[in-house]
Design a protein around this ligand. Structure first.
Ligand SMILES: Nc1ncnc2c1ncn2[C@@H]1O[C@H](COP(=O)(O)OP(=O)(O)O)[C@@H](O)[C@H]1O
Ligand SMILES: [Mg+2]
Length: 328
């Protein structure tokens, strides 16, 4: 049986709505049962805790449903934005290599229990790098969609405080949350804290945050997924790379990828003119996935507004050309 202190602590933390403490105590009980040789009961407890954690995660973060707000929960709210994505990996156009790696991440997560029985942990820490609009954020959403988890987007601007030491305490809150709320944690535009430690002068606090990030990510043994994404991988501190299980480089779309994007987005519409998708795709090389998706949407809008029955490939192209001109 659990020690009297542990039961008291469970009840107290429940009363205060202190979930982190509640789950920590429950884990302690499971650990002490395991030490006593009650391994079946200990495992049962551990899986009940995991299940309860993931159920609480989505419930707690639907703000209107929050009944008691603890101090750390309030602080956490200021540091993260919660998203509940519905998309899946099949909604993306991905090079084979990346696709199989991401499927592997999903498969390992689905076998979390079996892997941990053998002392193995699934891939959980990913660094995504590549040009803007090529699927880094979308990947985070798709992984969450596959695993039925929420995405917790870390607000990096909220993290960096001008008060010394405060940022590190805030980072700690996020890493603690990874234990209590199983989710996909996204550090987007990660270069803003992950830049080389010897760069710049007025970056003392950022350097401390990076050091603290390195320590925290190394120590983290939660079951959450941690994803850092950056458009500027060359600026990242080299100490970061070995902290991640996988580093995934997102390329600009190839002609073949562009054809697939066009098919996905223009599928239900008839095309005007005589240009084949191959030709259209060839003209679009050099644009990111995001730009091509946007151009398709603009061309569809144009079709609807002008009461046409077909999407004009010229509009798809023209939108991108006119955008480029205004950006120059
Ligand atoms: N690999 C992809 N397959 C399909 N659509 C994509 C892909 N990458 C980007 N997109 C489209 O571009 C939009 C923006 O992509 P995003 O993932 O936010 O880019 P970033 O790499 O800058 O994070 C997505 O919402 C989606 O519509
Ligand atoms: Mg992004």
């Amino acid at each position: 049986m659990a020690a009297a202190d542990q039961i008291k602590s469970l009840i107290k933390s429940f009363g205060k709505g202190d979930e982190a403490r509640f789950f920590a105590t429950a884990m302690q009980i499971a650990a002490s049962e395991a030490r006593k040789g009650h391994s079946t009961f200990a495992k049962e407890l551990k899986s009940l805790i995991d299940q309860a954690k993931s159920e609480r995660t989505s419930a707690l973060f639907e703000k209107e449903k929050v009944v008691s707000i603890t101090r750390s929960k309030r602080e956490l709210d200021e540091l993260i934005e919660v998203i509940h994505p519905r998309i899946k990996l099949v909604d993306m156009v991905l090079p084979k290599q990346i696709e199989s790696l991401l499927n592997r991440v999903v498969a390992e997560h689905r076998s979390f229990e079996q892997l941990s029985k053998h002392g193995l942990s699934p891939r959980r820490k990913l660094l995504l790098e590549g040009p803007p609009g090529c699927g880094k954020t979308m990947t985070t959403h798709a992984l969450a969609g596959e695993l039925g988890l929420s995405v917790f987007v870390v607000r990096l601007d909220g993290l960096i405080s001008k008060f010394m030491g405060e940022s590190i305490a805030k980072l700690r809150i996020i890493f603690d949350a990874m234990q209590s709320y199983k989710a996909v944690y996204l550090f987007d535009e990660f270069d803003s804290i992950g830049a080389k430690r010897n760069q710049g002068s007025d970056v003392g606090e950022i350097r401390r945050v990076l050091n603290s990030f390195l320590i925290n990510i190394e120590k983290d043994t939660s079951s959450s997924l941690i994803i850092a994404a950056t458009n500027l991988p060359d600026t990242l501190d080299s100490a970061l790379f070995r902290r991640f299980d996988d580093i995934i480089e997102y390329p600009m779309p190839s002609q073949e990828d562009i054809i697939q994007v066009l098919k996905k987005h223009l599928r239900s519409f008839k095309m005007a003119g005589s240009m084949s998708l191959d030709e259209l795709a060839e003209h679009l090389i050099g644009n990111s996935f995001a730009e091509i998706v946007r151009a398709c949407e603009e061309a569809i809008k144009e079709m609807i507004i002008s009461n046409n029955k077909t999407v004009s490939e010229k509009h798809v192209q023209n939108f991108l050309i006119s955008r480029k001109r205004t950006e120059q």
